[in-house]
Design a protein around this ligand. Structure first.
Ligand code: B4P
Length: 192
């Protein structure tokens, strides 16, 4: 199974990808996690990304594509993948199509988790308390939601127009949302 998980920050992509990885037995590729690992290791790329991420802006397409190509060059992605956090703009969506085509692959479904902004702000405030992530401050969360509307929402429309979108209600318990995703990808139908 090759899955792309879409949704606003705090919509549950990372949370559900962790569960789906066990269920589908394929690697979870989170561009946010890859970037945070670079920041933690203090690499030149991480130093470049750190401030951009803390502000809630998107890191450059070039850096992201380089990281993604490296990750997809590893053997384990042959079996499938759950891509979480990419693409976040139309240029990245085009780059993903090209990358997969060059590998002779296509994704099976793009799943959008839908959660209203009020609930997102509440969730991320909870994570800010629990984990202290630099980009979960109220100011950065507001900005991330704007960036999402401006840059990432067009990706959702793009996949919808191409009949590749599956929309899932992301509000509910972790188990409920997980069950909805599994049902949607098993049904394999487009509801977007
Ligand atoms: P990400 O790491 O992708 O962060 P995110 O959008 O906040 O989502 P995440 O997956 O972590 O959170 P989740 O919704 O699971 O990106 C961080 C930054 O990296 C970006 O702002 C950007 O700067 C950079 N970046 C990443 N990818 C990029 C790209 N492609 N291009 C450019 N820049 C890029 O969970 C949020 C919270 O909600 C958690 O606390 C969780 O416990 C809670 N939660 C989840 N499901 C819930 C539920 N059903 N009910 C209640 N709470 C729930």
């Amino acid at each position: 199974m090759r899955l792309v998980l879409l949704g606003a920050p705090g919509s549950g992509k990372g949370t559900q990808a962790t569960r789906l990885k066990e269920h589908l037995q394929v690697p979870h590729i989170s561009t946010g996690d890859l970037l945070r690992a670079e920041v933690a290791a203090g690499t030149p790329l991480g130093l470049q990304a750190k401030e951009v991420m803390a502000r809630g802006d998107l890191v450059s397409d070039e850096i992201l594509l380089g990281m993604l190509k490296e990750r997809f060059s590893r053997e384990d992605t042959q079996a499938g993948f759950i891509l979480d956090g990419y693409p976040r703009n139309l240029a990245q969506a085009a780059a993903l199509d090209e990358l997969l085509a060059s590998l002779g692959q296509k994704f099976d479904a793009a799943v959008q988790l839908v959660v209203d902004n009020e609930q997102i702000i509440e969730r991320l405030a909870g994570r800010a308390k629990a984990e202290g992530r630099a980009d979960d401050t109220p100011e950065s969360v507001r900005h991330r939601l704007n960036v999402y509307d401006e840059k990432t929402a067009p990706v959702i429309d793009f996949y919808r127009q191409h009949g590749q979108l599956t929309v899932v209600d992301g509000v509910g318990s972790l188990d409920e949302v997980f069950a909805r995703i599994v049902e949607a990808i098993q049904a394999g139908h487009e509801v977007g």
